[in-house]
Write a protein that binds this ligand. Sequence first.
Ligand SMILES: Cc1ncc(COP(=O)(O)O)c(C=O)c1O
Length: 360
Amino acid sequence: MHKTTWVELNSKALRHNAAIVRRLAPNAAILAMVKANGYGHGAEWVADQLHDLVNGFAVARLSEALSLRFAQANTRILLLGTELNADVMIECAVNKLDLVIHDINTAKLLATTKLPQPITVWLKMNTGMNRLGMSASEFTEAHRLLIAHHNINAIHHMSHFSDAETEDYTNTNRQHQQLTSLSKSLGSVPISMANSAAIIVHPKTHLDWVRPGIMLYGDDPSSTLAATNALQAVMTFKAKVLAVREVNLGDGVGYNRRWQANGKAIIATIAAGYADGYPRQAPDGTPLLINGERAVIAGRVSMDLLTADVSHLPSVKPGDIATLWGENLPAVEVGQHCNTISYELFTRITARVHREYLKE
Ligand SMILES: Cc1ncc(COP(=O)(O)O)c(C=O)c1O
């Protein structure tokens, strides 16, 4: 197929990263985060690659859960905190979806809704993130209401870390202590807290279920960690060079002529822009690779095109291939230049970008 702009998705790297999660958390079940279309990688593809290595998947929207259920008839799927009414609860029960219950009113509604079959719920405690989750007293009330209820198969307890990737462990320790001590006081229930950062840095938080997201896709959220070099990029974003031109002292490049030549220079124009998901805010100096060699963005990123200074690479020609992030150029490094994170880069790849699934 003729293509100018594409992502390559590497199954081997994905499975390698999942194996690292397994190695780091040998005694925990793994709930792989595939929300936001598998962090932009394709939820169904990710689930297909990982179903034998993990114990379930989590998504953030009912539509994501239903599509995944269609693709994976038997795998465990958790619908994370969302708006829940009785109809949604019934739909979840019909489709055998686990549900996060993050507020007491929803717990009460669940207790009075007639479900076609019982479901498994994950009660979420607010331990300091202050987005979703119940206070200690609401959490206790929800647990007592649902623990032996005929609508419920099993209860899990969960919370979410706000800054497990930072070097200051105080808050992470406090959050961990808050959930585990309350949970233990309520009985013996599976507990889940650890996201990627906690899986890598805080083994005591692994508990019964770990919930890796970004590390499955190759990024270590704490660049200080030992796993940094062990994880492999799953998505490599590539585009063709469309044109190469020489510019002279004082010539500008792109909108508003943001980049200006301070002597003779060579500019490559590449078939990727913000409409493909490349960040418009990328400043001059943001790295990319052309034919595997480093170059930098020169000039404002436009809708369909971006421009790079390739003065030091005189052999670059139209048809050559640029790597915008991925293998040999971590998305996290591009994100640092663009004042964002790999999570955002991955999830913003747009529908017109061709997807190429690399086999083992
Ligand atoms: C509830 C929950 N658990 C786990 C994760 C995974 O986090 P990470 O991608 O940092 O591993 C997320 C992601 O935001 C989340 O919302």
